[in-house]
Design a protein around this ligand. Structure first.
Ligand SMILES: Cc1cc2nc3c(=O)[nH]c(=O)nc-3n(C[C@H](O)[C@H](O)[C@H](O)COP(=O)(O)OP(=O)(O)OC[C@H]3O[C@@H](n4cnc5c(N)ncnc54)[C@H](O)[C@@H]3O)c2cc1C
Length: 372
């Protein structure tokens, strides 16, 4: 393979970038996959709640709920060995302050044809706080196993050259090709896919292209164990509540809470946070770093999340907090209306081509196939 000329360059080595590179290589393209960090898959693709969405989570966005279900079938089939199918999954509605109610939730599930069985007694839950509890069907993918799988797939694919710890210094159109000056040399390509999630707008800017409206949050996922609540999950909806559920097949439970998971918010298109300091060029609004590895990451909110979530359980249930991962969670500004999480792919430049891929949910990796 010629070192500097590729049919396509994919920027960003999370699950969306890896899948896009494999998809294009599968069509016979010679692809370069560029990743800023030393290793692939260290950000949102690793630090998430690992929920293989069936739609339950989005009673205010029929579109996201329906899209979750569309891709879930294929994602589940093609990633069977990385999915936890066997845990008991409950959804519940808090007596106080929920944006939904049992009637609405049941109509929503019936509309989407997703199972929900109302449970009126259960020894593990506190019905003084829960207005309604439902047994549902939802799975959890394993981000660590997915990382191992996708890293192996891209590294071993003869059509893909993986460049890690790379910095793109300049980019611009030269005739029908993009020219990229990087720390690994100069690259030419007729097609670029920007799959950098929190860095989406920084990369668009580098190419002189328009930005998309995003907000960013430094988010914490806490990891727990529980003897009484192992291989079970509870999500309380719809509002400032939380979730505890298996993190794939790891044996751990992941915990998040709308009130406490998000530590800092940036309303600018690039992720600006006060923990980014000039002494550390490894994390800037243009090139966000790995929050879990950062000494200036926010102090953990795990005990606050746990206090909030424990209210929904009976006294029989105990949790042990182990550790937390942090990352930047980015959202489309337009999602504020209905809390939806669509995956958006926009073609920002025709010739040479640049596709901007902003990821919503992990199981929508296939959206790229509709466009490119
Ligand atoms: C807290 C949280 C909880 C979530 N929960 C769920 C869930 O339960 N279920 C679900 O389906 N989805 C969930 N999501 C969403 C899901 O995790 C993301 O949509 C998905 O992982 C994004 O994948 P990605 O490959 O686009 O981004 P990432 O995994 O962030 O990868 C982007 C890559 O681009 C690299 N990069 C950035 N800038 C550059 C540059 N200039 N040059 C080269 N490389 C660069 C980064 O280093 C990174 O490796 C959650 C997300 C978060 C943050």
């Amino acid at each position: 393979m010629q070192a500097d000329s590729f049919d396509a360059i994919v920027i960003g080595g999370g699950i969306f970038g890896c899948y896009a590179a494999l998809y294009l290589a599968g069509k016979g393209a010679r692809v370069a996959l560029l990743e800023k960090e030393q290793r692939l898959f260290r950000k949102a693709s690793l630090v998430n709640q690992a929920r293989l969405h069936s739609g339950y989570h989005y009673p205010r966005s029929i579109a996201t709920a329906a899209l979750s279900d569309e891709h879930k079938q294929r994602f589940t089939t093609e990633h069977r060995q990385f999915v936890n199918f066997s845990f008991e999954k409950y959804y519940a509605i808090d007596h106080f302050g929920s944006f939904t109610d049992p009637g609405q939730f049941e109509r929503f599930c019936a509309y989407l044809k997703i199972p929900c069985e109302r449970i009126t007694e259960h020894p593990l839950f506190n019905f003084h706080r829960l207005e309604a509890l439902y047994k549902t069907k939802e799975y959890s993918f394993d981000p660590v196993l997915l990382r191992e799988y996708y890293c192996r797939q891209v590294e071993e694919n003869p059509g893909i050259a993986v460049f890690k710890s790379i910095r793109i210094q300049m980019a611009g159109a030269a005739g029908s090709k993009w020219e990229l000056d990087t720390t690994a040399g100069r690259f030419h390509t007729p097609m670029v896919i920007n799959a950098t999630y929190a860095a989406t707008n920084a990369v668009n800017r580098l190419f002189g292209l328009r930005e998309i409206g995003l907000t960013h949050e430094i988010s914490e996922i806490a990891f727990l164990t529980s003897v009484e609540f192992q291989e079970k999950g509870l999500t309380v909806m719809d509002g400032p509540f939380g979730s505890i559920m298996p993190y794939g097949l790891s044996g751990l439970l992941s915990m998040s809470s709308v009130a406490y998971t998000h530590h800092k918010i940036s309303y600018e298109n690039l992720p600006h946070f006060d923990c980014q300091v000039p002494e550390d060029p490894g994390c800037t609004p243009d090139m966000p770093g790995i929050c879990t590895d950062c000494a200036r990451r926010p102090a953990s909110n795990a005990y606050k999340m746990l206090r909030q979530m424990e209210q929904y359980f009976s006294e029989q249930v105990h949790f042990q907090y182990l550790f937390s991962y942090y990352t930047i969670k980015s959202k489309l500004k337009t999602s504020y209306i209905d809390d939806g999480r669509p995956t958006e792919i926009s073609k920002l430049h025709d010739t040479p081509a640049l596709y901007c891929l902003f990821a919503g949910k992990v199981n929508s990796i296939y959206e790229i196939e509709k466009i490119v």
